[in-house]
Design a protein around this ligand. Sequence first.
Ligand code: ADP
Length: 702
Amino acid sequence: MSEHIPVIAPRGAPDEADVLRDRTNILIVDDRADKRVVFSTVLEELGQNIITAASGEEALRWLLDNDCAVILLDVNMPGMDGLETAELIRSRRKSAHTPIIFITAFADEMHTARGYSLGAVDYILSPVVPNVLRSKVKAFVQLHRLNAELARRADERVALVKEQMARSAAEDSQRRATFLMEATQVMGSSLDVDTILDGVTRLVVPYLADYCLILLAGEGGGVRARKMTSVPIWDRHLGAGRAAFETALAQLQELIISSGQRLSREGLTGAGELHGLPLVTRGESCGVLVLGLGPSNRRMAGAELGLAESLAGRAASALDNCLLYEEIQNADRRKNEFLATLSHELRNPLAPLRSALHMMRGGQMKPERAAPLLELMERQVGQIVHLVEDLLDVSRITRGAIELRREPLDVATEIRHALEACQGAVDACGHTMVLQLPQEPLYVMADRSRLAQILENLVLNASKYTDPGGRIEVSAESDLQGVAIRVRDNGIGIAREKLARVWDLFVQVDESPERVRNGLGIGLALVRDLVRRHGGTVEAESEGLGLGSIFTVRLPRAAGLNVAPEEKVPAANPGVPARRVLIVDDNVDAAETLAMMLELLGQETRQAHDGTSALRMVAEYQPDLVFMDIGLPGLSGLEVASRIRRDLGMSDTYLIALSGYGTEEDRRKSHYAGFDSHLVKPLDPSKLPAILGAAERRTFAD
Ligand code: ADP
């Protein structure tokens, strides 16, 4: 097209670059070359680029790649006429709004509806009046320039905004990264809850918000710790709306902690926005972080909220670490206290035992003087046994190794047995014991020895924590939830705030310096565990210090069960015939004392102190009864038992296993090895006649 459409440079252009940049295009479309020259000459003065086209097609082709301020279009052209050309120009998006001035010899042509509907903005009668043509075209050129200028400025503004946005986004992300880095430093700097809370509030205000509250929840819905900070004008900002703000804040805290969800509130009286985020660790919400905006007229959304969430996450982990550390420290402190108490408790009974032994060593003591000493020794040994058993139970609980052997038991009968066992201790303190038991039997499915342990612990505690001459009431009744067993005393009581802690292992609530009441802080932990294993609950109540305590155990009733009659413990049989008894134990003292006790019961005894000699002696001595320690050096007790049965073919000898372990698994192992009975050490001497009786019935029955 360039050969047809010369670009005519304006006369007197001041600066070529300026001119070229500022010039706009004017397109002249006419089939007659003379007219194209005339129009070009007339318009040259406007200082624009004049482009000429000799036909509609040619003009349309040029318009594909270019635009112009105005098109002068001859209406009468051969081939595609001006009207047709205008129609096509308008139909293109690029040139849809380019002004068109028709050039026509007949004004009527332009007054037809078609002329205007095709987008003509004006028309000029031919022959043209140069000034008219020039001024009309000039108006469109100026309009075009103006539009171009506006578009350019708009583009510049968009570019500027984009650049500013990109810069501030980069700065923001840099700021956020720095903020989180600072947060990490603060969180990692301490294992103290208050320091962390303080650090979080200082990070938040004023960088993220005008107000910040962080709260760590405590036990039972309480508050463990809280910290609040705000910008100085916050109080003035709240003004009279403070009460409403505090109410909304409290509601928000509660909702967030219970739901574990982020929540926001807007338009609170004078407070702008409030955003509450849960502090979640290990799947549980342990507190809340609240950010408030108001006086700074800022809003929080998108990235800022994300930042607040990251902070809440970091704060939650840091606080969790603090709490875990605290727990470890407490456990360590309790363990140290426990070890100190344990050594004290173990030493307590040893001193009187040693003195009593010393006094008896001479052998010239009269029986009436020896009797009380023996009683004393028995009591002290009983205390040590009790301590050791409790300790073993604690270890069993922590290993999950406690097994229950449940059977239907009448609660009243078990309570009576337990009280008999505690009678000595209760009497020693001069307490009055009051029993309220139901007439009809109340059955529970329980492990007899464990139920006894529960009851004895509660009664002994009642006795221990009541000053001499007190009153202890033990009752049982059936209620909606099952059977309720209550032990009430009028003793020293428990402070309300410490009630929940009595169940913790090694915790002794009585922290008085004299600490006259001995104990290891194990009993109630055992009680609670055992009651739970029975499907029950236990609770402690006290009106406060000096006002006594009530411990209530609730166990599910065994009602509806076809309750089997109780298996009676075989009664001691003083008339057991003399039998040959072999005692196998590597602890010579233990073997010796058992032998002495059996001889007192009229039995003939021999001893062996390891597995091999035990086997030999069984073959020689042919005992009727063998008490065998399981943990023997060399051949174990289990091995010896199975050889007695298998190799020596002695099926009638009654074999009793003595073991420190009494789980179902241990009993099963003894049974498979060939033992008839499995007893847990230490052996209670008062049970020996019954054991001999049972052996007698089994072995020598017809
Ligand atoms: P121990 O008696 O060996 O210290 P427990 O676990 O049996 O341990 O009891 C824990 C704590 O609970 C006791 O140290 C004592 O402070 C308190 N306690 C238990 N029973 C009573 C009671 N009947 N009256 C007052 N305090 C009690």
